[in-house]
Design a protein around this ligand. Structure first.
Ligand code: GTP
Ligand code: MG
Length: 370
């Protein structure tokens, strides 16, 4: 029988996973994001959110199947995906640099992050952790939302001298909406005017209650500059990740999410993809959003060419027919004809969505006026 996890269904409906969990709870079903639900329940939920159910033709059934849950015996542990969020200049990239032993900040234009960077580190204990860096500037709100949606854990970076600022609060809201656990990294604790206790108190106002205050949110004082508190931060990430029991089936056709994509002068359309399950291999034929392609080459976060990428691995993919949109899904399919078929179907869906959106909002306007 077909089933789909709550998170997968949320992705396909472009809704927040947490909202689906809430709706299900109201319908009398208590489930978590990674649990599968049956088709009837899924259909009810789709209607509940006002989406039309697409009765699918033969050709489309398989597209619908991409949400199918893997059999429990195929699941293997995977690295946590950790997104770093927080207000501009609070030290997100510096913290990642400290963790990775790199210096990305100095290469950034004006020291401002303008895209999502995806990296993987290996801890001293040999555990892998995937990190997504996000920009703190207010203009990049959508990227923070996107980051929150593909992540297992959010690290909220708050500068101890500056305290809670608008994008700190926005990041808290994105994290809550995505229904993912948060670890607070109170950064710049080396500064003379650092006041970590004040940060903890201000967090209370936003219902983020750290352990010291009787809550369950983990927090850690760090200094990216002096490289202090980093091991404690890693430990907390690993602890949180253990609680989540993160798994994926690595032995299947790959599925993933586009973190970002652009047209590169020399290399053509390039997408940074975070593999969610399965293993993406050079030569694989895929659909990515409304584009299709064949993996010509893959480059990891260290700039090295790789032949394959398993669950939780971020990788740059070359060989796309065009530039997909950030947030799009990558799905490996059996052949090029199939890829074109699915891409065409998705293109059609996207067009339909655009043309049907307007009348609904007009109706809405009129009924609101009456
Ligand atoms: P955006 O990506 O633009 O949102 O900024 P960011 O949060 O990534 O901040 P970034 O890492 O670029 O750091 C901003 C400034 O704070 C830089 O000048 C860093 O050197 C400084 N900084 C970062 N961490 C620390 C720290 O622990 N202590 C001190 N004293 N300065 C820090
Ligand atoms: Mg940055």
């Amino acid at each position: 029988p077909e089933s789909i996890t709550v998170q997968e269904l949320a992705n396909r409906m472009a809704e927040k996973g947490a909202d689906l969990v809430k709706a299900l709870f109201k319908m009398g079903t208590a489930v978590t994001l990674n649990q599968p639900i049956d088709q009837d329940t899924a259909e009810l939920l789709v209607e509940e959110f006002g989406h039309r159910i697409q009765r699918v033709s033969d050709a489309d059934v398989e597209i619908g199947m991409q949400g199918e849950a893997d059999a429990p015996e195929t699941l293997q542990p995977r690295a946590p995906v950790v997104t770093i969020m927080g207000h501009v200049d609070h030290g997100k990239t510096s913290l990642l640099d400290a963790l990775r032993g790199t210096n990305v900040v100095s290469g950034e234009s004006g020291g401002i992050t303008q895209h999502i960077g995806a990296y993987q580190i290996k801890t001293k204990g040999g555990d892998l952790i995937t990190f997504l860096d996000t920009p703190g500037h207010e203009a990049f709100s959508e990227m923070r939302a996107r980051g929150a949606n593909v992540t297992d854990i959010v690290i909220l970076v708050v500068a101890a001298d500056d305290g809670l600022m608008p994008q700190t609060i926005e990041a808290i809201n994105h994290t809550k909406a995505a229904g993912v656990p948060m670890i607070v990294a109170i950064n710049k604790c080396d500064k003379p005017d650092a006041n970590p206790q004040k940060v903890r108190e201000r967090l209370l106002e936003h219902e983020v209650i750290v352990e010291d205050m009787g809550g369950e949110t983990q927090d850690v004082e760090v200094s990216a500059l002096k490289r202090q508190g980093l091991d404690a931060l890693i430990d907390k990430i690993l602890l949180q990740s253990e609680l989540l029991e993160l798994t994926a089936n690595p032995d299947r056709a790959a599925e993933g999410n586009v973190i970002e994509a652009q047209l590169d002068k020399g290399r053509g359309a390039v997408a940074t993809v975070l593999v969610r399950r399965g293993t993406l291999k050079v030569g694989d034929t895929f659909v990515i959003g409304a584009e299709s392609g064949k993996v010509r080459a893959m480059i990891n976060d260290k700039g090295q060419q790789v032949k394959q990428a398993g669950p939780s691995t971020p990788v740059e993919v070359l060989g796309l027919s065009g530039v997909p949109m950030a947030g799009d899904q990558l799905t490996v399919v059996e052949n090029e004809a199939r890829a074109r078929e699915v891409a065409a179907y998705r293109q059609e869906q996207a067009t339909k969505k655009r043309t049907t959106a307007a009348p609904t909002s007009f109706e809405h306007m009129f009924s609101a006026l009456n």
